[in-house]
Design a protein around this ligand. Structure first.
Ligand SMILES: Nc1nc2c(c(=O)[nH]1)N[C@H]1C(S)=C(S)[C@@H](COP(=O)(O)OP(=O)(O)OC[C@H]3O[C@@H](n4cnc5c(=O)[nH]c(N)nc54)[C@H](O)[C@@H]3O)O[C@H]1N2
Ligand SMILES: Nc1nc2c(c(=O)[nH]1)N[C@H]1C(S)=C(S)[C@@H](COP(=O)(O)OP(=O)(O)OC[C@H]3O[C@@H](n4cnc5c(=O)[nH]c(N)nc54)[C@H](O)[C@@H]3O)O[C@H]1N2
Ligand SMILES: [Mo]
Length: 692
């Protein structure tokens, strides 16, 4: 028996994008490890991906096409079918819908980052839907508010290099539970700390990360922009700004200076709940540091003013000139460093002019409103892949109402019978990362990686690419780009003139598995300006925002459900519910994997002991979390490490594996962010009461 080791990449939606080594014996994967040579993976995998083999060979894996017989929804019955039967039936139904009066725009693809791979996530699938003229999907469910915040300020999703964190002299983990959702950053943070660098966490919840930091600043949810404005107020008032950097590399410094005068520490303390004295001292510590690394993640942009919050924080390093030095700056994402040829992969040019776009965060409306909420025909068919919308989309009850429609045709490409799959007419078995090719960028570091299939597909599973190729052929959709095989697609992704991709060829990646982008070392993107904005400067003043009718300067935009703004609602529902990632799950992936599910136990909601006492709730009791949109049941956990009037329900449970068949999204809303039209999962007022 010979064992081989195959290089791959973790496909999950996480900044770390680990390099993996899969041991294969007799055609079976027997071990998965993190590559110890990869500077970010550093030889370890997370709690979840250590279970990747168990997930791949899980007894519940969907291994053949499945056809639903009987009613939709939890408990639906499916029977096995052949690929021929499935493809024929789906092709016939989609073609009938295309040919009907409603036309092809009544077909909607729904996908997100179940795999972040460019092949299995955004290649043949896009070409297939574009060519048929299906509605387009605006993929807003996670990161668009933050992306716009960065874009308007520094010009793109680019930031300080996480690998350089050991060189930083102040680390601020701002709205990020690093140990859970970006765990490979942590060793770098510890390295910095070993040299005496203070590590501060700003989060309404004293997360496992906050517990490990030197200080937890328990800010009120949705008020981060106010804190950043307060810091800038103090910095300018005390003359701690870097005038040279401001003059050379920024736009609108005078206006920013005027604007922050509106945010003295006492006022900011009222908004944020952070004591005024701490705002003053933090501003001084920040300004006196030379290379503060501010790690923001997506938590703080899941509020009505999320884009403005990211934009405002992103101004800080330019005010004090930290961008000049390695590790100095703000880091939300590094994704724009990866100039892969998405245009060639997507072929959006194949889509008929004027095709409408539907926002995936408004799926509830899109399925329940006759014009899909945006004008045009109703959605008659939904093709879901790399996503589990019946669990993860906001406003669960509206989404489920839509999924229940008898006239809605649903196809789901999946590994498992998820909540969404229960509403499918057809479930098609998809391969996992061990079974297909892919190429990966990262939003947390600067390494590209190639994923080679380690094993043959399990059962009759097929890669998404192949499923869409076959479906296209059955439907009679003809275009040469629909015939490209997976290795060709990898080469197309790399077909770019961008300097950052120089030297990254298929052959080199195949040899090494992963490669650093061709960027200077150390990577200090804005040391001498070079911002990707229209002015080339860090834009405190944004003409583009003014043109969009928005405030061109940083400001505090309160959440939609900010108690001071909506006192009547807050009287009824006084608690802000945050449903950020659970340590054991990756969004709704891994929820059905025994040991991880057992470790997460059951849907829980943490609240402050004083909030619990007022409601007669004791630790371990079942409670109902509710608002006008819906309710769900969870077990109460009392903890000092949370702000009063805030509760935490780590997500995202499968509804059918939850206590009452509903998950946390029963209370979240379809309200959108200020820019980017993103969801506002954590901008959510609720009341909590004992279940009995
Ligand atoms: N284990 C695990 N890892 C994951 C995921 C997962 O589900 N599980 N999800 C992945 C995905 S899809 C993403 S997008 C990324 C990032 O996912 P994020 O949603 O950014 O998750 P976290 O890093 O946990 O950051 C959220 C933190 O922000 C805090 N927070 C919420 N509101 C506010 C606020 O208004 N202000 C401040 N300062 N803090 C706030 C929350 O309490 C929480 O601790 O993580 C990825 N990694
Ligand atoms: N309340 C609340 N809701 C949230 C969030 C929150 O913090 N709170 N976070 C939001 C965020 S940040 C995100 S990114 C979204 C994530 O939401 P989704 O993108 O839907 O992510 P998952 O829930 O992980 O579901 C991904 C599905 O893709 C499948 N999959 C994986 N690889 C493949 C493949 O190669 N082929 C096929 N066909 N399927 C595959 C997996 O089996 C899994 O069921 O959820 C959002 N929803
Ligand atoms: Mo996400």
């Amino acid at each position: 028996m010979t064992a081989t080791v195959v290089r791959g990449a973790c496909p999950h939606d996480c900044p770390d994008t680990c390099a993996t080594l899969v041991t294969v014996e007799d055609g079976r994967a027997t071990r998965i490890q993190g590559d110890k040579d990869h500077p970010f993976t550093q030889g370890f995998l997370c709690t979840k991906v250590n279970r990747y083999l168990e997930r791949t060979y899980h007894a519940d894996r969907v291994l053949t096409p499945l056809k639903r017989v009987g009613p939709k929804g939890p408990g639906a019955t499916f029977v096995e079918a052949s690929w021929d039967e499935a493809l024929d039936a789906i092709a016939a139904r989609l073609n009938a819908i295309r040919a009907s009066a409603d036309g092809p725009q009544s077909i909607l693809p729904y996908s997100y980052a179940g795999t972040m791979g460019l092949l299995q996530g955004e290649s043949i699938d896009r070409r297939f839907f574009h060519l048929m003229g299906a509605s387009k999907l605006d993929r807003t469910i996670c990161a668009t508010a933050g992306m716009w915040g960065m874009r308007m300020t520094v010009g793109a999703s680019i930031g300080a290099d996480a690998e350089l964190v050991p060189e930083s002299d102040l680390v601020i983990l701002w709205g990020t539970n690093t140990l859970t959702s970006n765990p490979h950053l942590w060793p770098k943070v510890l390295e910095a700390r070993a040299k005496g660098t203070p590590v501060i966490c700003i989060d309404p919840i004293r997360t496992r990360t906050a517990e490990q930091c030197d200080e937890w600043i328990g800010i009120r949810p949705g008020t981060d922009a106010a804190l950043a404005l307060g810091l800038m107020h103090v910095i300018f008032a005390e003359g701690l700004q870097d005038d040279d950097y401001l003059t050379q590399y920024t736009l609108g410094a005078e206006q920013l200076h005027e604007r922050v005068k509106r945010y003295p520490p006492e006022k900011v303390a009222e908004i944020t709940g952070v004591p005024a004295e701490r705002i003053v001292t933090l501003a001084r510590e920040y300004a006196k540091a030379k290379a503060a690394y501010v790690r923001i993640n997506y938590g703080l942009q899941r509020h009505g003013g999320g884009a403005m919050a990211v934009r405002t924080i992103a101004c800080l390093p330019a005010v004090v000139g930290h961008w000049r030095r390695p590790a100095g700056g703000v880091h939300l994402s590094s994704s724009a460093n990866f100039a892969f040829n998405r245009a060639m992969l997507h072929r959006e040019d194949l889509s008929p002019a004027g095709t409408r776009t539907i926002n995936m965060s408004l799926l509830g409306d899109a399925l329940t409103k006759p014009d899909a909420g945006v004008g045009g025909p109703p959605v008659k068919a939904l093709v879901v892949y790399n996503s589990n919308p019946a669990a993860i989309a906001p406003d669960f009850l509206r989404v489920i109402e839509g999924f229940k429609r008898e006239d809605l045709f649903v196809v789901v490409l999946e590994h498992f019978r998820t909540d969404t799959a229960d509403y499918a007419d057809w479930i098609l078995p998809a391969t996992t990362q061990l079974e297909h090719w892919d190429i990966h960028f990262s939003y947390g570091h600067l390494y590209a990686s190639l994923n080679k299939p380690a094993i043959a597909p399990v059962g009759q599973a097929l890669p998404n690419t192949e499923i869409f190729r076959r479906l296209a052929a059955r439907m009679g959709l003809e275009h040469e780009s629909l015939r490209d095989d997976d290795v060709t697609l990898v080469k197309q992704a790399l077909d770019s003139q961008a300097e950052a991709l120089k030297g990254l060829s298929f052959e080199e990646l195949e040899k090494h598995g992963w490669l650093r982008l061709n960027l200077p070392k150390p990577y200090v993107p804005f040391a001498r300006g070079g911002f990707r904005t229209p002015s080339g400067k860090c834009e405190f003043f944004s003409q583009r925002m003014a043109d969009m009718g928005l405030d061109p300067l940083p400001d505090f935009t309160p959440p939609h459900e900010f108690p001071e703004q909506v006192p009547a609602l807050a009287a009824k529902y006084p608690i802000t519910l945050i449903s950020s990632p659970a340590h054991q799950f990756l969004n709704s992936t891994f929820v059905n994997i025994g040991p991880l599910q057992r470790a997460a136990k059951e849907p829980e909601v943490s609240l402050h002991p004083r909030d619990a006492e007022r409601r007669g709730i004791h630790d371990g009791q079942m409670v109902i979390v509710e608002n006008d949109r819906g309710h769900f049941t969870a077990r109460a956990r009392l903890r000092e490490g949370i702000r009063e009037a805030v509760a935490w329900a780590p997500g995202i449970w499968w509804a059918k594996l939850s206590t009452d068949g509903r998950n946390v999204n029963a209370v979240t809303s379809q309200k959108l962010t200020d820019m980017g039209a993103g969801p506002t999962f954590y901008d959510c007022l609720v009341e909590i009461r004992a279940a009995d």
